[in-house]
Design a protein around this ligand. Structure first.
Ligand SMILES: [Cu+2]
Length: 201
C-alpha cells in the first residue's frame, strides 16, 4: 500500500511539474513573438520610407501638372464650369478679361450662380442683389448674378470684364463656392520681350 502511495505521489509530482513547465513555456514563446513583431514593425517602417521616396517621384509629376493648370485660356476660348452635388468644377481658375464662362448645372438641384458675398452679392459690381436682380434675371449683362435658379441641365453664361479675383457661390446652396481670377489680356507681349533679350546676347 505504501509503495503504491509513493508511486502515486511521484506521478502526481511529475504531472504538477510538467503542468507548471507547460504554463511557463507559452509565456516564453509569447516573448519571442513580441520580438518577431518588433522586427516586422521595423520592416514596415522601411517600406514606409520607400513609399515616401515614391511620393517624391510623384511630386515631380505633380509639378508638371501644375504647369498645365497654369495655362490660361485665350479670351475667345469658351470655358465651362460644371455644377454637381459635389459643387463647382473647376472651383478655381484663371481667365483673361473678356472670357465667356458657362456654368452648367449637372446636379439634381437648382443652380443660381452669384458673386460673393452671400446674400448681398455686392463684390463684383458694387450693387446688391435687391438692386441688380429682377424676377426674370439680372438688370444688365455686366451683373455677375444669375438672379434666377436653373434646374438640372440648365446653364448660364457670363462674360468677365473686370480684373481681379471674384468669389462666387450657388445662391440656393451657399456652401458651394468657387473663385475666378480675371487677368489682363497681354500674353503675346511677354513672349516678345523674351525674344528681344535673346537676340541682344
Ligand atoms: Cu447668395
Amino acid at each position: 500500500m505504501s509503495t503504491n502511495q509513493i508511486i502515486g505521489l511521484v506521478v502526481a509530482a511529475i504531472i504538477i511539474i510538467a503542468g507548471a513547465w507547460y504554463l511557463v513555456k507559452p509565456h516564453g514563446d509569447a516573448m519571442m513573438q513580441e520580438g518577431a513583431t518588433a522586427t516586422s514593425t521595423d520592416m514596415n517602417d522601411m517600406s514606409g520610407d520607400m513609399t515616401g521616396s515614391n511620393t517624391s517621384g510623384d511630386g515631380t509629376v505633380t509639378t508638371s501638372t501644375t504647369t498645365t493648370t497654369t495655362t490660361i485660356p485665350q479670351p475667345g476660348q469658351p470655358v465651362t464650369i460644371t455644377y454637381t452635388s459635389k459643387g463647382f468644377s473647376p472651383s478655381t481658375l484663371s481667365i483673361r478679361e473678356g472670357t465667356v464662362v458657362t456654368f452648367v448645372n449637372q446636379s439634381n438641384n437648382p443652380m443660381e450662380v452669384a458673386s460673393d458675398p452671400h446674400p448681398s452679392h455686392t463684390a463684383y459690381d458694387g450693387t446688391t442683389r435687391a438692386q441688380h436682380c429682377t424676377a426674370t434675371g439680372p438688370t444688365s449683362t455686366s451683373v455677375f448674378d444669375e438672379c434666377v435658379g436653373v434646374s438640372a441641365g440648365g446653364k448660364w453664361s457670363f462674360t468677365f470684364t473686370k480684373l481681379g479675383s471674384w468669389g462666387f457661390h450657388n445662391h440656393l446652396a451657399p456652401n458651394m463656392t468657387g473663385s475666378i481670377t480675371v487677368l489682363a489680356s497681354q500674353a503675346a507681349s511677354t513672349t516678345t520681350t523674351t525674344q528681344v533679350k535673346v537676340n541682344a546676347q
